[in-house]
Write a protein that binds this ligand. Structure first.
Ligand code: SAH
Ligand code: DHB
Ligand code: MG
Length: 231
């Protein structure tokens, strides 16, 4: 297969071909992860989970961070949750927040099949509500936060992530590029405007150091913001 010099193939086809080449080498087929995707699709959940290579990126970042307490905002069927849960040490915990009852139920089954029920709490409810509940519970700070829910509220979720974390915590935000639409100030997509509002807040935010990385592959052209909490 020709790679870079092949002008007959659309760039998107190259991204997907390279991703499947790399996944074939670096990401062995995994029964629990495959079943999580299959059962999510069967239950009619939208097919918007992170890709395998993105899931493994989250897993590696959480491991590099030595995370013992992970917060995820936006569970869907628990696919990214399983990648994150597998990065935890023996007594680690993931709390994952989901607004849709059906999604939470599918996720709980998928998480149980992956052997992670003892480490993962799926909290049902709109995240702005469950986050403010958690703040009242005075839990230990989260070491790692993955924000991947309704894009309109990303700015608020990031603010909550800061309140619920500590100096040195890592915050990752998904879907911040959206096919490049993020650079279009006139976009009529409220999700794009949500991410633009987040970017403007991030630019002013003194409590973190952050960068945004564009990604391509089976999830199209999108990207992640990575931030470390300074204080
Ligand atoms: N992190 C998942 C994908 C999440 S998709 C993965 O990669 O596998 C986004 C999820 O956020 C959906 O399940 C959606 O129902 C949920 N969501 C949307 N608005 C929400 C809200 N206000 N509070 C909590 N979850 C919400
Ligand atoms: C959407 C949400 C996601 O988390 C994602 O990875 C892709 C798309 C969406 O709301 O369209
Ligand atoms: Mg996402």
């Amino acid at each position: 297969m020709k790679y870079a010099g092949n002008t007959k193939r659309k760039p998107e086809e190259t991204w997907v071909a390279v991703e499947s080449y790399l996944d074939g080498l670096l990401i062995p087929a995994d029964a629990a992860l495959n079943a999580a995707l299959a059962d999510s699709a069967k239950a009619g959940l939208p097919e918007i989970a992170v890709s395998a290579s993105q899931g493994k990126l989250l897993h590696l970042l959480a491991k590099m961070q030595g995370a013992r307490k992970i917060l995820e905002i936006g569970t869907l069927g628990g696919y990214s949750t399983i990648w994150l849960g597998r990065a935890l040490p023996a007594r680690g915990r993931v709390v994952t927040l989901e607004a849709e009852k059906k999604h939470a139920e599918v996720a709980r089954r998928n998480i149980a099949r992956a052997g992670l029920s003892g480490k993962v709490e799926v909290r049902l409810g709109p995240a702005l509500t469950t986050l403010s509940q958690m703040a009242g519970e005075r839990r230990a700070a989260f070491d790692f936060v993955f924000i991947d829910a309704d894009k309109e509220n990303t700015t608020e979720y990031f603010e909550w992530a800061l309140r619920l974390s500590r100096s040195g915590s890592v915050i990752v935000v998904d879907n911040v590029i959206r096919d490049g639409e993020v650079a279009d100030a006139a976009s009529s997509d409220p999700r794009v405007q949500g991410i633009r509002r987040f970017n403007e807040a991030l630019a002013r935010e003194k409590r973190v150091s952050a960068t945004t990385i564009q990604t391509v592959g089976s999830k199209g052209y999108d990207g992640f913001t990575l931030a470390v909490v300074l204080r």
